[in-house]
Design a protein around this ligand. Sequence first.
Ligand SMILES: *Cc1c(COP(=O)(O)O)cnc(C)c1O
Length: 414
Amino acid sequence: MTFEQINPPQRLLMGPGPINADPRVLRAMSAALVGQYDPAMTGYMNQTMELYREVFRTRNRQTFLVDGTSRAGIEAALVSLVEPGDTVLVPIFGRFGHLLKEIAERCGARVAVRETEWGQVFTPAAIERAIIETRPKLLALVQGDTSTTMNQPLEEIGALCARHGVLFYTDATASLGGNAFEMDAWGVDAATAGLQKCLAGPSGSAPISLSPRAVEVINGRRHVEAGIADGTAGVGTRIASNYFDLAMVMDYWGEQRLNHHTEATSMLYGARECARLLVAEGLDNAVARHRLHGDAMLAGLLGMGLETFGDTAHKMNNVVAVRIPEGIDGDAARTALLMDYGIEIGTSFGPLRGKVWRIGTMGYNARKDAVMLTLAALEQMLRTAGARVVAGGGIGAAREVYADAAAVPAGAAS
Ligand SMILES: *Cc1c(COP(=O)(O)O)cnc(C)c1O
């Protein structure tokens, strides 16, 4: 049997992730392979750690990559921090909160849940109340949940966790790079991310950062039989996963370079380039760019006469949920946008299924031309499908946002 060389169609990926990778990231990923302990490779590993410290805004020594998609980072953090019988508090405001709950349960935790209506976020007071009621070892909280487009404010959460002696983990996969994130200033103990949202890369690598407090908890679970015979074995229960044993992964990224897995070399090249581009642009500039193009997309959708979903005061910069107009078949319309215009937008889950589309403006696609093209195509597609939209209203409103922000560069990082 013979197959053609792979030749995927050109798409503009304007959903909630994955997005089109920056061509510079894809070029970095095609660079030559070197051995695992080649000084060039260990040099790239150290540079990657340094770059991600800037992306997470942290001085945490333990800032590195977990190989796998974003949920590999989530699993590694939770399985390494949470022991069977520990209480984990998960405030849920969307689909990814349910994922944190499920993973914490698989770690053997007693999971306490608080839920808020989709489209809303939690107040610090509500989280503190839940901490007092449940006395958890760990608070696991999503920052940006693409399922609802909400961005949970985290500024005050670290301080209240510290006050109550609670470890604070956050899943920043969808938000990092496009919304403010301050690991150290906000007192976050563990944070994980992925490349395929605001970091402008493909999925397959999960940047992680661990505070000294989190590292201490993890090191307390080292076991002699796991290959650590230097007297540092701890008293905690053994981490239930080998691949996601962050004590072992830290030794691999550390000076001893103790063999663990074979680092996914090409993914590391890509992850390094994602961070290099963000740091070169400046994190504040990257957040401002996501805000600008997110605002333009939001204004364009409203200008077209469509309605958005959720509390826009807490909307993430990089994704918006828009109500599917009356009488329009959401899936058929998305297919038309893909087949006639090559543009992908997102469907929805749970209570929002069939009610909203989710449109992203993130990473390499947080660009004016991508926003304008999407709005123009969406308007044409909706008119063809028989929906009532304000002719030219979308791109007109977006253009106003750009005119107002004319001083801000509209392109991606250069
Ligand atoms: C997109 C997203 C993920 C994705 O996880 P993958 O394993 O990369 O598919 C995880 N968490 C959040 C909050 C996300 O938005």
